[in-house]
Each structure stands twice: as structure tokens, then as C-alpha cells.
Design a binder for this molecule. Structure first.
Ligand code: ZN
Ligand code: FE
Ligand code: FE
Ligand code: ZN
Length: 269
């Protein structure tokens, strides 16, 4: 089976991943992937914004590490990308980042629902106890919708990230998903099937089946990502993600080069 590209993986520059890009690439080749993309956490305008991303001055070093992997594994297509945090007001910063290197794609992710709360940060788990889960979902999806509308990203990352710790609202959130997916469809923005959710408390791929089915109805394209923070996580649970995508109706996925898309078939199982 021809596996889709794994477009979401990190490097030690973000301070919470292990293994050099060459090691991620080696694992990708070993498990039969033909294309991967590095999408490490982008720098912020202030280096001390948090402690889980590269510093601005390390951006060139990041690109050099990816170039090393490309040179070491010419049989593997390796794309150069970033997982960029979307916060309202950061648009100019993100546009400037885009000009600094010849990126193949940007994954836009919302981790922050305010400047001080990254909802997926285990160190801030206690914050969830102070908040109403539905309110968090509302703010998160409002920001995610803005991210899709911004036109700054080819792919929206782990689109139901708030479920990470398995703290879920009792209310029906379909209307929030509808707004986001309509915006993504209009902007021509893809969502990713991110298998890291299987390694978290929620024990589910991001996004959940009901969101993916809605995405398919609205013609929102998909990509695949392991969100690997270690070489052996590359391509993790891809067979499961592919069967989820197909059961939601998908027969196609995307690949990116120079921020331009190409539609490719999801090969038969
Ligand atoms: Zn990370
Ligand atoms: Fe993320
Ligand atoms: Fe990531
Ligand atoms: Zn991520």
C-alpha cells in the first residue's frame, strides 16, 4: 500500500522532541513512506513567549537540519514546513515568517485560547478545572475559524485539539464545527488526520469521525500527520487513519510543494 505523506513532525529545536531530522527520515524510509514534511513549532515574535518552540535566531538552523536530511535520503521526498501558532493579531508576523525561507506549506494550529493558556499543555491542566469546557471549545473554534479564513495556512492542525485530555463539553458542538469547516472549505484550506491523539488521554485521532464526515460533505481536503516528536513515531497509526478517512468518504489527499497543492489518490488498501 502506498502511504500518504506524513506532513507533521518536529525536531529537538522545539525543546520537547528528540531525534534529528535525519533519524526521522531514516524511520520514514524503513516503514515505506515516500514523502514526509517537517513542521516544527514556529518561533514567536518574543522568544520568551513560552518554552516549547525554537528561538527566532534558530530558524536558519532548523532549515539546515531539514536540508541535511534531504541530502542523506534522496529517495525520500522531504518537505520544509512549519507548524505556526495562530493567535489573532499575529498575521503580520506569520506573513513575515513566510518570506524567510522557501516553505512548502504552513500548518496553522491553535494551541492558545488566550495569550497565557495553551490548552494542550499538561503543565496547565489545572486551568481546565477553572473553565467551562464548552466555553473553551467556543473560543478555540472561533480562533480556528479565523485561522482558516486568514489564508495564511495550507493545512489546519489537529482541529479538535481541546479533546486531548478527554475533558469534553456536554453540549452539542456541531454548530462550531460547521462554522469552522465552512470557512476551511471557502478558503481552500485542508485539515489533517493527526494520529497523535491516539497517544493522548482522548485515545482518538484528531479529528473525530463526526467532524471528518462533516468535512467530507463540505469538500474540505485532508492531509495526514503523525505529529512525531521522536523518530519512531513517524507514520504512526497511518493504516488506522487511512481507513478512517476512507470510511468518511475520502478517496483523495493532498501534497504540497512551494505552497502549491497537488491532489493525489488514496491508494486502495
Ligand atoms: Zn510539540
Ligand atoms: Fe500542535
Ligand atoms: Fe506538532
Ligand atoms: Zn502539533
Amino acid at each position: 500500500m502506498m502511504l500518504p505523506a506524513d506532513y507533521h513532525m518536529h525536531t529537538p529545536l522545539c525543546r520537547h522532541a528528540v531525534g534529528e531530522p535525519v533519524e526521522y527520515a531514516r524511520h520514514a524510509v524503513a516503514i515505506g513512506l515516500t514523502e514526509i514534511g517537517f513542521s516544527d513549532h514556529s518561533p514567536m515574535p518574543q522568544d520568551d513567549f513560552d518554552n516549547w518552540r525554537m528561538f527566532d535566531r534558530q530558524l536558519d538552523e532548523y532549515v539546515a537540519k531539514v536540508r541535511l536530511a534531504q541530502a542523506a535520503f534522496p529517495q525520500l521526498t522531504i518537505r520544509l514546513a512549519l507548524e505556526v501558532d495562530y493567535l489573532p493579531g499575529h498575521e503580520d508576523w506569520i506573513r513575515a515568517l513566510a518570506k524567510r525561507h522557501p516553505w512548502d506549506y504552513f500548518i496553522g494550529s491553535v494551541h492558545y485560547v488566550s495569550d497565557s493558556w495553551d490548552i494542550d499543555n499538561p503543565a496547565k491542566l489545572s486551568e481546565w478545572k477553572k473553565r467551562d469546557a464548552y466555553e473553551v471549545w467556543q473560543i478555540y473554534f472561533e480562533r480556528l475559524t479565523q485561522a482558516a479564513q486568514s489564508g495564511l495556512f495550507e493545512i489546519i492542525g489537529h482541529c479538535d485539539l481541546p479533546k486531548k485530555f478527554n475533558i469534553r463539553p456536554t453540549q452539542d458542538c456541531t454548530a462550531l464545527y460547521e462554522l469552522f469547516l465552512t470557512a476551511a472549505a471557502q478558503a481552500g484550506c485542508a485539515i489533517e488526520l493527526n494520529t497523535a491523539g491516539l497517544r493522548k488521554d482522548c485515545r482518538e485521532i484528531y479529528p473525530a469521525r463526526n467532524i471528518l464526515e462533516l468535512a467530507f460533505q463540505k469538500n474540505v481536503p485532508i492531509t495526514f500527520g503523525s505529529d512525531a516528536h521522536a523518530p519512531e513515531e513517524v507514520g504512526m497509526a497511518f493504516p488506522e487513519a487511512i481507513s478512517l478517512a476512507k470510511s468518511a468518504g475520502y478517496q483523495k489527499t493532498l501534497r504540497f510543494k512551494n505552497r502549491k497543492r497537488e491532489v493525489v489518490a488514496l491508494s486502495p488498501a
